[in-house]
Design a protein around this ligand. Structure first.
Ligand SMILES: C[S@@+](CC[C@H](N)C(=O)[O-])C[C@H]1O[C@@H](n2cnc3c(N)ncnc32)[C@H](O)[C@@H]1O
Length: 414
């Protein structure tokens, strides 16, 4: 299908298009690990850096405003906005994303954590192993049998628990379930993506890895100890599991959107987290079906049109929406083609009366990201290099008169 490039050009014609180097300050200057410890509660592939959220929230919002993120993922926007004392509306269609966003924005205090862990451990110890569902053979590859047994008992206690305590403990356990160090409950896996069982089996043999018993309660406590002393969020946050084309939020309730939609099938969130979904007892294939994972430009475009209609409905009349989305290389027979979802979104948003105020081109080379490289392995290695660098684009959209942008010196440049 042919692309209507004139609509893209029109939508961008009045925008200020700048690179990060033009900004007085940018998130690029922040130290690599900058950010509240709560951001590291559990991994979420494809999230943007906390410093980026902090920078944009400081420049464009004040504590009176309500911030919306309909693709909340690991909760970067929600947590950063709440730490800055903004109220937040956050949603994602993926259950694990909602567990994480909810846990990070409603963390337990030390006393609450101690009481919750004690109660859940006691209940888990009392679960009769004979009543548990059969051992999952793929999951078993990752753990010592006694750790696995404990995990199954904790799961039996926590799986129906939707309380704040339960959600927080689930997120902490997901955060230490598997990964590349002693902190994790699994054998030392290569990374925190859930690799396939066969891959992990080979990796285990190749590196002669032994399963070691790791008591769940001790590792959970070690993880929690890292949060002690961290600032806790103060803004109120509502987190809902919902499709972004049908948001459960009232009309005219948000002042600002900071979000990042799925990048046209760059990532399969349900697959990258399969072991966490196993432990959370979520249905991976149902989750996969609910995620927008299209690589077809026209399907993505109509999805984003519906999303923008929802943003327009939930936003007040004077508001901004910032959408972070990178260029995408589509692989197909006959070679690769780069598409620019940001331009498409700009054109669609202008149909709803949004004006493109600014586009910040973030020269972080998307091709160099680990997950992009993993994704590329699935394609023809003979494919010629098209020489085009994929970059992230930050679209600043505005409707009505949302007030000026405020130049604030970020914390990391003090
Ligand atoms: C690029 S990620 C967002 C990452 C987030 N900014 C962060 O820092 O963690 C895109 C998110 O869109 C979610 N998603 C995919 N399809 C969706 C849909 N139809 N409705 C709502 N969320 C969806 C995915 O679960 C994923 O969390």
């Amino acid at each position: 299908m042919s692309q209507d490039y004139s609509a893209y050009e029109d939508a961008l014609s009045s925008a200020e298009i700048i690179g990060t180097e033009t900004l007085p300050h940018s998130w690029r200057e922040a130290p690599r690990a900058w950010g509240n410890e709560l951001h590291k509660l559990a991994p979420y592939v494809g999230g943007f850096p906390p410093a980026l959220a902090n920078y944009l929230l400081q420049q464009y919002t004040d504590p009176e405003m309500t911030v919306l993120d309909p693709f909340s993922g690991g909760g970067t926007t929600a947590l950063e906005a709440s730490l800055l004392d903004r109220d937040v509306l956050a949603s994602d269609v993926f259950s694990y994303a909602c567990t994480l966003t909810g846990a990070k924005t409603h963390p337990l205090t030390e006393d609450e954590f101690d009481a919750a862990l004690k109660r859940v451990k006691r209940d888990a110890d009392n679960v009769n192993p004979d009543m548990l569902p059969p051992v999952d053979e793929d999951a078993a590859i990752f753990f010592h049998e006694d750790t696995l047994q404990e995990l199954r008992q904790y799961r039996a206690v926590l799986k129906e628990d939707t309380s704040r305590d339960g959600r927080f403990l689930k997120a902490v356990i997901c955060g230490i379930l598997h990964g590349p160090s002693e902190l994790f409950l699994s054998i030392q896996t290569r990374d925190t993506f859930s690799g396939s069982a066969n891959y992990v089996k080979d990796y285990k043999e190749k590196h002669d890895l032994e399963e070691v018993y790791k008591p769940v309660d001790e590792k959970v406590r070690d993880k929690f100890n890292r949060l002690v002393g961290a600032q806790y969020p103060s803004g109120s946050t509502r987190v809902e599991q919902a499709d972004a084309t049908s948001l459960p939020f009232e009309d005219d309730t948000a002042d600002f959107v900071l979000t990042s939609p799925p990048y046209m099938h760059m990532l399969d969130y349900s697959w990258n987290n399969w072991l966490r979904l196993w432990w959370l007892d979520e249905d991976r294939s149902a989750e996969q079906d609910s995620l927008n994972q299209t690589s077809k430009v026209e399907l993505f475009r109509s999805f984003m049109t519906d999303v923008i209609a929802e943003l327009d409905r939930v936003l007040k009349s004077d508001a901004r929406a910032i959408i972070v989305i990178g260029d995408v290389r589509k692989h197909r027979q006959g070679g690769a083609k780069v598409v620019y979802p940001a331009r498409m979104i700009a054109a669609e948003a202008s149909e709803f009366g949004f004006e493109v105020e600014r586009v910040i081109e973030d020269d972080y080379n998307v091709d160099k990201r680990y997950y992009t490289q993993l994704n590329n392995l699935r394609w023809d290695e003979e494919e010629e290099d098209d020489g085009q660098e994929l970059i992230d684009r930050i679209l600043v959209l505005r409707k009505g008169d949302p007030g000026p942008q405020v130049e604030v010196t970020p914390e990391w440049s003090d």
